[in-house]
Ligand binder design. Structure first.
Ligand code: ADP
Ligand code: ZN
Length: 518
């Protein structure tokens, strides 16, 4: 143990290990296959960087992005570690000759390269000594992940040649499906599975909501300026390429130097953009989720999601790209109220086969937006971690508590949804409560319902926010059919309605969201 720490201190200057690093390193040194699932920024790289320095054998690291490898190689070389990379586009004879002789501590390569190297290369290297084969960003192996790379599917073939070499798969992707895919596809042999905590205590989580796109622009400038002072960086994730371009142009017009990154740009332009961000030539990046894999920048101070992300897993991963150095950083989600409880715009784009699953994950992201209680607790519970008391480091924890007995309002909304019959979107019960006499209401005779007009003292945004709270509290259910979300009252909600106005009824205390207070 002491020896491991000495090496870590000597080359990296770390005086202690972070959680799980030592355990994984020890298992790898024992020759065990490992699957390491740990949050972005938790220090996964060290798990494959230390073993070669201990065993004096080469670590082969498969990594999906050229620019990422170049940066890692550069930083390792600066620490006096013999590191190089091989890729299909840059064929470098002397590197592969040296590599074969076991000259390097750490040898990075793209998956394409790993699959195309000759058998004699591998046997030579094996003879010289390989201590591990690491597959970084291992979720790229899964078609369920959003960064699927088909070459990753071939990597298991290397077991045939490297029969006793431990394989180490690393990812920050949390879903069980992806984890299982990795183990199966890489054919890991009784792997040691290490799943770290998903709690990134240095990150502040918050949501800002607004009715319209434009009203967020001032907010955006303020945030960008605030978090990029002292040379910190900000990433702004947009939901569409069009938004990405508009926001990028908007920032540039206001004199803020910003980079752009999305899937329709050529690969050269993308790499250029990525590189100038990593190297601090631009401090702001406006991007779609295509800007993803391996953004190893320690000092991103803020990640802003401009619009509700399409899945909660990807939200966690994208927002986790800030604060990798452990310093306080901020994750803002800008939420358009108009998107609340809508799935249509998502369904049109969904290419994923399992639309229902995709919409479910989107609904979780929407519940997160609608929450009046601790956001971190919600996040940790979603990922299956027990959370203690409120975190004190999210917008809902830090603003003054506004709990109120919302029994009456909840009763009105739930009973109205029930009486409307569940064949309508969310606007119908709200319009009924607010006393609308629109045609759609009269045709359905909803103006004759007992609660018609009883909720006119609150705005429709207020009612939507209450809907979000009831959804997050499990009083309402959603279902999706042909891209329309239908609402119903859940068994808990029915229970609440049945006991209402009886002696058993406890007041329904709910923490109000900011839009309910405004
Ligand atoms: P991951 O691959 O899990 O996203 P990295 O391996 O890139 O994370 O590490 C994230 C940051 O944490 C890096 O800046 C790295 O230098 C730092 N780091 C890793 N391990 C330690 C440690 N034991 N002590 C201090 N800093 C560490
Ligand atoms: Zn909190």
């Amino acid at each position: 143990m002491l020896f491991l720490l000495l090496i870590s201190q000597k080359y990296f200057g770390y005086s202690h290990f972070r959680p799980y690093q030592k355990e994984v390193i020890e298992k790898v040194l024992q020759g065990r296959d490992c699957l390491v699932v740990m949050a972005t920024g938790s220090g996964k790289s060290l798990c494959y960087q230390i073993p070669p320095l201990i065993s004096k054998k080469t670590a082969v690291v498969v990594s999906p992005l050229l620019s990422l490898m170049q940066d890692q190689v550069m930083s390792l070389q600066q620490r006096g570690i013999k590191a190089e990379y091989l890729s299909s586009t840059q064929s470098n004879k002397s590197v592969s000759c040296n590599a074969e002789k076991g000259f390097y501590d750490i040898l990075y390569m793209t998956p394409e390269k790993a699959c195309s190297l000759s058998e004699s290369f591998w046997t030579n290297l094996l003879e010289a000594g390989i201590c591990l084969l690491a597959v970084d960003e291992a979720h790229c192996i899964s078609e369920w992940g959003h960064d699927f790379r088909k070459e990753y599917k071939q990597l298991h073939l290397l077991h045939d040649i490297l029969s006793n070499v431990p394989f180490v798969a690393l990812t920050a992707t949390v879903t069980e499906k992806v984890r299982n895919d990795i183990v199966c596809s890489l054919k890991l042999r009784e792997p040691q599975i290490t799943i770290g905590s998903f709690d990134r205590t240095n990150l502040f989580y918050g949501v800002k909501s607004s009715n319209r796109f434009v009203s967020f622009l001032d907010e955006l400038i303020t945030d960008v300026l605030k978090y990029t002072v002292n040379a910190g960086s900000t990433i702004i994730y947009c939901t569409t390429i069009k938004d990405t371009e508009q926001i990028h142009e908007f920032l540039r017009n206001t004199g803020i130097e910003a980079g752009i990154y999305h899937g329709q740009m050529g690969s050269k332009a993308r790499e250029e953009s990525h590189r100038s961000f990593i190297r601090d030539e631009t401090h702001v990046m406006v991007a779609t989720i295509a800007f993803g894999v391996g953004i190893d920048k320690p000092d991103v101070r803020c990640v802003i999601h401009f619009g509700c992300p399409k899945s909660f897993e990807s939200y966690y991963q994208e927002s986790g790209r800030c604060g990798r150095d452990g310093l306080p950083s901020i994750c803002w989600l800008y939420f358009f109220r108009g998107d609340f409880l809508r799935a249509d715009f998502y369904c049109l784009e969904a290419q994923c086969g399992n639309q229902r699953k995709a919409v479910e994950s989107f609904m979780v992201a929407q519940k997160y937006c609608a929450l009046g209680t601790c956001r971190r607790n919600f996040l940790l519970e979603y990922f299956g971690e027990k959370s203690a008391s409120a975190c004190g480091n999210c917008d809902n924890c830090t603003r003054p508590k506004r709990e109120r007995d919302l029994s009456r309002e909840s009763f009105l909304l739930l009973s109205c949804i029930k009486l409307c019959g569940g064949n309508f979107g969310f606007n119908m019960p709200i319009d009924v409560l607010r006393g609308s006499r629109a045609k759609k209401i009269k045709i359905n005779k909803f103006d004759k319902l007992p609660m018609h007009g009883l909720g006119k003292d609150n705005s429709s945004n207020w009612w939507k926010a209450l809907g979000g709270l009831l959804l997050a509290n499990g009083m309402m259910l959603t279902d999706v059919l042909y891209c329309i979300i239908f609402f119903s009252v859940s068994p808990d909600g029915v229970q609440f309605l049945c006991t209402s106005n009886t002696a058993q009824q406890k007041p329904l205390m709910l923490a109000m969201t900011t839009e309910m207070i405004e």
